[in-house]
Design a protein around this ligand. Structure first.
Ligand SMILES: O=C(O)CC[C@@H](O)C(=O)O
Ligand SMILES: [Zn+2]
Length: 464
């Protein structure tokens, strides 16, 4: 079937929604936040109902049309990129909250519901949706599920996976499956829901999700601490965790802070300049907890693990302190950074970091390195900034080369080459540092079952 014929047929299938083929839309919907791939989709379709999605998948199977699911496209691994004539399936019009069940504390969402929309809905009902990250204002629930989004509260609340009570999916053959039926207890064999969470759209589309909510945290307080070196950060984490249940424990380097402050919207938390900063958050429920936090803070000062610090006294101050950390990714985007999103178990972080630091400073002597991340759950974001005079291609080639050294350390420590951003196109070549060859074969076999014609986000995660 010719391309104009495919487009004409798409318009017949997506009756209620719309189909776009203009150059601007193709470019806009064909890329995510990686920005390194050149978008080249055939068309963008906007279904409005599950039957439309099913009809689309059946048509795509018949004519071997490749489909790429598209949410807010805030991904950082190229998982939602359409660079090879695919049809992008955007869920922007399947964006309503369909049901709320206060007894079960669940919300039924269409895939295009924006994360912030769900967070606000939960707040309006005196509840809380805890998966949070800087792109919550544009990312969509369907995308969050397909990438198993993490974010800044994982240490306390886990990843998106922990908040999915049930899923409706359309498989790669157009079958509609209702997975887990929102049950808390359901021991009836393989939990297929879990395959779609983090499946990066390679097994089919998430077309409805029942998300869990929880009681909101009370009296959140942030402590931002200046820390002389990476190993001290872990001592700080251990000292606080012995006494207080934390809702977040993040870190970033002085370089990262400098970039954010230079933008002009955020102020330095305190005058003292140190190499690293730890941001920790907890529910300051009573006087006793506040005193305990101060005691641990003083202990850390005495030990030389902390050089200076500030504790939030108001919601505004808490939000401003958070911006020192949350604004980093967007701020450094203008340097087209090469991103590493790596993790190990928390107890291995100090030794792991020491080795990665050594390799990075040896192999990137001339590049600016920005360290930050969710160190409390073992996840480090290592961003290498592109020098202005270096062209994009040579930069990526050099970074790819150094990545292998980093990933060898990841493998040695049994860590992950993608802690939360997903594999997509960017990390596909490095999957074997975290997954064994047999595991990868099983993954491919699973894909063949759900998507026998390899039409669902082909070329992402694994090559078939
Ligand atoms: O840009 C990055 O490398 C990380 C983005 C995001 O996961 C964050 O933690 O801010
Ligand atoms: Zn992150």
């Amino acid at each position: 079937m010719s391309q104009p014929e495919i487009i004409a047929q798409l318009k017949d299938i997506i009756v209620e929604g719309k189909v776009l083929t203009d150059a601007e839309s193709l470019s806009f919907y064909g890329k995510d936040w990686t920005k390194v791939f050149t978008p080249a989709p055939l068309a963008i379709v906007f279904p409005r109902s599950i039957p439309e999605v099913q009809a689309l998948v059946r048509f795509a199977n018949k004519h071997k049309v490749q489909l790429v699911a598209s949410g807010g496209r805030t991904g950082l691994s190229g998982g939602a990129v359409a660079a090879a004539g695919e049809v992008v399936v955007a869920f922007d019009y399947m964006n309503s909250i369909k049901d709320f069940n206060p007894i079960d504390r669940t919300v039924v969402c269409e895939p295009g519901v924006i994360t912030e929309q769900l967070q606000t809905f939960a707040e309006e009902h005196e509840l809380f949706y805890p998966v949070d990250f800087a792109s919550a204002g544009s990312s969509q629930i369907g995308g969050n599920i397909s990438t198993n989004a993490g974010g800044i509260k994982v240490i306390r609340y886990g990843m998106t996976r922990d908040w999915v009570a049930g899923l409706k999916v359309v498989t790669g053959t157009g079958e509609l499956l209702s997975l887990n039926k929102d049950l808390v207890k359901n021991n009836t064999g393989y939990d297929l829901r879990q395959l779609y969470i983090g499946g990066e759209g390679t097994l089919g589309f998430v077309v409805e999700a029942t998300m869990k909510l929880v009681r909101p945290p009370k009296d959140l307080t942030v402590l931002l601490l200046g820390v002389p070196d990476m190993s001290s950060i872990m001592n700080v984490l251990n000292s606080f965790q012995q006494k207080i249940d934390l809702t977040a424990f993040e870190f970033f380097s002085e370089k990262a802070l400098q970039k954010v402050v230079a933008k002009g919207d955020v102020q330095r938390p305190f005058e003292t300049q140190v190499d690293y900063y730890a941001l920790l958050e907890f529910e300051c429920l009573n006087e006793q907890l506040a005193e305990q936090a101060m005691e641990v803070f003083e202990l850390c000062l005495e030990q030389g693990w902390v050089m200076d610090g500030v504790m939030s006294q108001s919601l505004t101050q808490l939000q401003n302190l958070w911006r020192c950390r949350e604004d980093i990714s967007e701020t450094i985007a203008e340097w087209t950074p090469y991103k590493n999103d790596i993790s190990v178990i928390v107890s291995k972080v100090p030794a792991f970091l020491a080795e990665v630091e050594r390799v990075v400073s040896e192999h990137y002597p001339d590049f600016e390195i920005i360290w930050f991340g969710h160190i409390g759950d073992g996840n480090i974001h290592l961003n290498i900034l592109k020098p202005e005079q270096l062209d994009q291609e040579s930069f990526i080639e050099k970074c790819h080369h150094v990545s292998q050294w980093v990933f060898e350390i990841v493998e040695k420590y049994q860590g992950s080459v993608s802690a939360e951003h997903g594999v997509g196109l960017l990390k596909k070549d490095f999957l074997q540092y975290t997954r064994s060859p047999v595991e990868i074969e099983y993954m491919k076999a699973i894909k063949r079952i759900f998507d026998p014609n390899n039409i669902m986000n082909p070329g992402k995660l694994v090559d078939m």
